[in-house]
Structures are given as C-alpha cells and as structure tokens.
Design a protein around this ligand. Sequence first.
Ligand code: ADP
Ligand code: ASP
Ligand code: MG
Length: 411
Amino acid sequence: MPVLVMKFGGTSVGSLDRIKRAAKRIGVEVAKGYDVIVIVSAMSGKTNELVGWVNETSPLYDAREYDAVVSSGENVTAGLMALTLQEMDIPARSWQGWQVPLKTTSAHANARIEEIPTDNMNAKFGEGMRVAVVAGFQGISPEGRITTLGRGGSDTTAVAFAAAFEAERCDIYTDVDGVYTTDPRISDKARKLDKIAFEEMLELASLGAKVLQTRSVELAMRFGVRLRVLSSFEDNDENFGTLVCAEEDIMESNVVAGVAYSRDEAKVTLVSVADRPGIAAAIFGPLSEAGVNVDMIVQNISEDGRTDMTFSCPTDQVARAEAAMLASKETGEINYHDLVADTDVAKISIVGIGMRSHAGVAAQMFAALQNEGINIKVITTSEIKISVLVDRKYMELAVQALHDSFGLEKS
Ligand code: ADP
Ligand code: ASP
Ligand code: MG
C-alpha cells in the first residue's frame, strides 16, 4: 500500500481534544488506502518545561541525561495518539525511536540521523497495522543511548521517514496554514506562499523561520521528498498549505521570497587584536572547540598593526565565548585590549533565488532600513540572502519595513 507521512507539531497535539482532531485527519487518509506513518511532537510547552527542569537540576548537565529527559515528551503523545486511533477502530501502534530503531550519531542534543531500517515497521504493516505512531525528535546512538535531534527535530524525523519508506508525501501539520512571506505572528501583512523552492526554504529556516527545522529541508531536498506544510486546524479544501519543491516547479517568483528574523543574537567584539597571519585561526579555532556557533564575522581595517574582530553568535553562548577568549589570552595565543559583548541585537534576513539575477537588492534593503532610522551593525551576504544585525528593539519594525519595501504583502 502507498505510504503517507503526517507530522503533528506541539500545538496540534496540545490537548486530548486536539489529539482527537488530528486522529480524525489521519483516519481520512487511512480510509483513502494509505499506510500512515504519523510523527508526533511533545504537547505544546512540554519540551520547554523538560529543558527547564534539566537546567535547574544541573546547569552544566550531562547531555546523555538531557536527552533521556527531554525525549520523554514525545513518548506520551505517541502512546496517547495510538490509543485515540485504536478507539476509532484503526489498528495503530506507537513506536519510540529505539524500537524502530532510528539510528543516530552520538552527538547528544543535536544528533544526526544515520539510518532508518524499514523491516520491523513493514512487517507490522504486513500484519495489519495501518498507522505507526512514531515519537519524533528522538533516536538511539551507536552506544545504545537515547539521543535527540535538536529543537524542532520532529520535522526532520518526519522527512527522514518519508525518504526511508519512499512515502508519496510528507505532510507537516502545524499551527499556521503554510509558509508565509514572513512570520505571520509578527506581521499581519504576511502572505501565504502556495509554493516555495527548497533553497529558499532552507535559507529561511536556517535564518530563523522555525516553521521547519533546517535539517528537514536539507533531507527533503537531497531525497526529493514531496514536502507540504499545512494547518492542523482547518479541514476544508482550501487547506492546501505550501508545497516545498524544486525551483523548476515554480513558474514565477518574486526577487525576494521572504523575510526571516532571529531574536537571540549577540555581537562580540575583540578590541585591538594583533593583525598578523593566523589571528583568525587563533580566535575562531578555540571558539569552535568551545561549541560556539559563530555566524557573522567582520574584521576592521588595521591601524598600527592592530585591528578589531567582531563576530555574532547565539546569546546563550556569549559566556562560553568569553571564557574561551579569556583562556586563549591567558596562554598568550591571542592578545586583545577588551572584549565587548552586545546581547541586545537581532538578525534580519531577506531571501530569494531571484537575487541571483537582480542587482540593487542590497541597496534597496539598506535604504528601507535607513528610512526607518535603523542602524545596521553587521552585514553578510550570500548568493540568495542578505542578513543584517540591528538593535533588537527594531526587530519587528525592520521586518515590516523590508516586507513592505519588497512588495511581499497580501494583494
Ligand atoms: P510546530 O509545533 O507545529 O512544530 P513551530 O512553532 O515549530 O510549530 O513552527 C510554526 C511557527 O513558525 C508558526 O507558529 C510561526 O509563528 C513560525 N514562523 C516563523 N516564520 C514563519 C514563516 N515564514 N511562515 C510560517 N510560519 C512561520
Ligand atoms: N518537541 C521538540 C521541540 O519542541 C521537537 C519538536 O517539536 O519538533 O523542540
Ligand atoms: Mg516545529
């Protein structure tokens, strides 16, 4: 029988009523003749609560135990969903990651999927199971310990199952009815897109649009999974959502497809470091070893053999960055006068494959921000995106100004 993957996010399984509602949607697809693999998230708010408990118990926690705790939210939903389907006379069974087994690397809290064997689950489908309810976000390491795939990781579980089982489609049910030109929660002018190219979705996701986890888009692109984002709260025919597809399948698109933002950014400047060969390696090597995810980097013009080096990283990694730099200063590997951290910045990005062939997009972006009196602190560009750091208090204003300037609003 053809296989369909359906993923329900936290809000979509946030109460017993919502689980029932999702189960009805699953029932519709079962009635059409699909064998369905359902991926569920923890009930909304649950994972945050579990992460909070871990941090409170052990601030420098052992990541293996972090995973043991935070993976548990999904187990509850998977069992409840299987029970709900059984109450509807649909043969359903829950599967935790280790039971599949969904094999991952041992990078706890941020593991990568290595393999999903299909034999166990296919055998159960062969015996009459119609729905396999899989706990998202979790797997098992080569050492036999539970791992998790990073926040938002159930999206990646869903796409990986769709690829492994050659599913006809992977439907991501969430609390908005598709991918928008920007987060509909911060701009009521945001417009839903019927289609978006993999490359654009990949950039939007990695630049902060959390509607899909970045790695889920990477996997869908690599394995050609038909990926759709749609609402779990609408049952009508209009609920087609957004198809994430190859660039060639989109007839016409705007130069800029969307605007993304990332709230929790910090800007760190090492003031007056020696400008000599190897200085960047001496700074960024230890930062990477300390697990700091450096994003943007700017080096000033040097004066008298000294320069300032600025980089951005997530706000919650600033303390780690400071410690790593101080340690390098103490061993004499680098020498700087001061370390200045600004933890009140946000990153705003515009994304669009049309930027490859259009000049003047950056100039238009900077002019739009200037018109609002917003100062740009750092800029980075790539082929299909431009990102800027601005003061966090201007984040919403900047998103709206860019959304207006590039004509993305509803017609
Ligand atoms: P789930 O719990 O279903 O996985 P998430 O909260 O992870 O849902 O992702 C859905 C949220 O993503 C939406 O509620 C919305 O606020 C946010 N979002 C950010 N950018 C976008 C965008 N461009 N289009 C749609 N949603 C977006
Ligand atoms: N429950 C996990 C999280 O909140 C995984 C997910 O929902 O995708 O990050
Ligand atoms: Mg999510």
